[in-house]
Design a protein. Structure first.
Length: 207
């Protein structure tokens, strides 16, 4: 089983933790991770874009001038796309961008992402996070001590809402609970800072 250091909020080692081979030592499946990232990004799209096609635009029912003898091109209604106030060619309509992913592929992608980050030494396990006050400066000091000042995913326990609130204003930091982490956020982060209890919960869920 792979081991990882457990540090305190100042970055000093306070112990080690064994990680599950079935989660943190799998052969990364790039195709599964790619599909999950596609699915995540597609789900962020609202799909509410809309425009009127030629058949939807109001007006333009009669021929604008006679067919022959005017010297102009042949036209019927003035709501064709080439006219002002005309319809749009291939007008976009509201649609759903959801990319469905099987459950097994979701779990494989999550394990692949976690294994990839562990192999790259981009996971930091913190023994516990306790703040004197729910203020941004305390979380910023901790991230600086952990050398995690760039894009960081902070994974905490469900009851640590003070930590989440205190980290909201820090650029590049994204918070997550064990049940809200996703493959896109894992791969997008430069460092993943995980509370020890949250890491144990991740292993219980995905083992």
């Amino acid at each position: 089983m792979p081991n990882i250091q457990v540090v305190d909020m100042q970055g000093k080692q306070v112990g080690t933790m064994e990680l599950n081979d079935a989660i943190f030592a799998v052969e990364p499946n790039v195709a599964a991770m790619h599909l999950m990232v596609r699915s995540y990004l597609a789900a962020q799209r609202q799909g509410t874009q809309s425009a009127l096609s030629r058949g939807m635009v109001r007006g333009g029912g009669r021929k604008i001038y006679r067919q022959k003898g005017t010297g102009n091109a042949r036209h019927h209604g003035n709501r064709a796309p080439q006219f002002r106030h005309g319809g749009v060619v291939f007008a976009p309509q509201p649609r759903d961008y959801v990319v469905n992913v099987p459950r097994k592929i979701k779990r494989l992608a999550m394990k692949s992402a976690l294994s990839t980050k562990l192999a790259a030494n981009e996971i930091v396990v913190v023994d516990q996070i306790k703040l004197a006050e729910a203020k941004t400066k305390y979380v910023a000091q901790m991230l600086k001590a952990l050398d995690s000042e760039k894009k960081t995913l902070l994974v905490v326990e469900q009851d640590q809402k003070d930590v989440v609130r205190a980290s909201k204003n820090i650029p590049g930091v994204k918070d997550a609970y064990v049940n809200t982490i996703n493959v896109y956020d894992l791969l997008n982060a430069d460092k993943i800072v995980v509370v020890k209890a949250a890491m144990q919960a991740i292993q219980e869920v995905y083992a």
